[in-house]
Design a protein around this ligand. Structure first.
Ligand SMILES: [Mn+2]
Length: 258
């Protein structure tokens, strides 16, 4: 896994690659989400002149579902920026998270951006990056892993699509809030990154197939930690609910902001 290089790019002089995750747009209510969305697109506007690419590393939406002929209302500003960046020739790589795992081909068809459901390996210059949301990786969380198998089981998705969106989206948003309430407390505390599931998974994968940077979201806690061998760095991007944090890769390496 993540041994194969999925794509290779050159980093143009003076440009950077950007990473952000866990916007959870739509949550907890329309007002707070709209304010967060405006802050995020303002950030996108500010970095666009020096952006070589943008990785949106999962849970951009608190809930997302694509019906055959419909998508959830809202999120117009971020979708407008995605169209604009894509039209400007700046690649955007979009990852699904555990809250928006039901993406199909809307973002690819409409904006020409690639959507990934699993971690990938990209090379920028001579640096290897493994990027993924991080849900369900590493030890533990068996309840969620089982739930994910149900949610991604094709007959389940078909059944859900046949529920009227006014009912289906309301139900799913309610469930999504429950999921956040359940994990919300520990989300903003971290005692030891080296005991965290995603870190342990990445360290294991790094030992088998080294990479310079292992970049994930999901944890809602920004952290950067070098692996014991000194040849790889684990980065968790934090979120846009509490931290409004993001990663930037330039000639000098990956920096976690703010
Ligand atoms: Mn997540």
């Amino acid at each position: 896994m993540v041994a194969r290089v999925d794509a290779e790019f050159e980093l143009p002089e003076g440009k950077s690659v950007f990473f952000a995750s866990d916007l959870h747009l739509g949550a907890p209510d329309a007002g707070a989400s709209a304010e967060r969305e405006r802050a995020f697109v303002a950030w996108m506007d500010s970095i666009k002149p020096r952006a070589a690419a943008l990785y949106l590393v999962g849970d951009v939406f608190d809930f997302w579902f694509e019906y055959r002929h419909a998508i959830p209302k809202g999120f117009a500003r971020i979708q407008g920026r995605l169209a604009d960046w894509s039209d400007s020739g700046i690649p955007v790589f979009l990852f699904t998270g555990n809250h928006d795992l039901w993406m199909r081909d809307y973002f690819t068809q409409e904006f020409g951006i690639q959507v990934f459901h699993e971690p990938i390996r990209h090379v920028w210059g001579n640096k290897h990056f493994v990027v993924g949301h991080g849900d369900g990786l590493g030890p533990g969380d068996t309840g969620y892993k089982l739930l994910k198998r149900v949610f991604t089981f094709p007959p389940f998705k078909t059944l859900f699509r046949w529920v009227h969106p006014d009912l289906g989206i309301a139900l799913a948003s309610w469930l999504s809030r429950g999921s956040r309430a359940r994990t919300g407390q520990e989300d903003y505390a971290m005692t030891d990154v080296t005991q965290e599931a995603i870190y342990l998974w990445a360290l294991d994968a790094h030992r088998a197939h080294p990479a310079d940077y292992w970049i994930f979201g999901h944890r809602h806690y920004p952290v950067k930690a070098e692996f014991p061998d000194g040849r790889g760095t684990y980065v968790n991007l934090g979120d846009w609910i509490k931290w409004r944090s993001w990663g930037e890769f330039a000639a000098e390496g990956v920096r976690l902001n703010p």
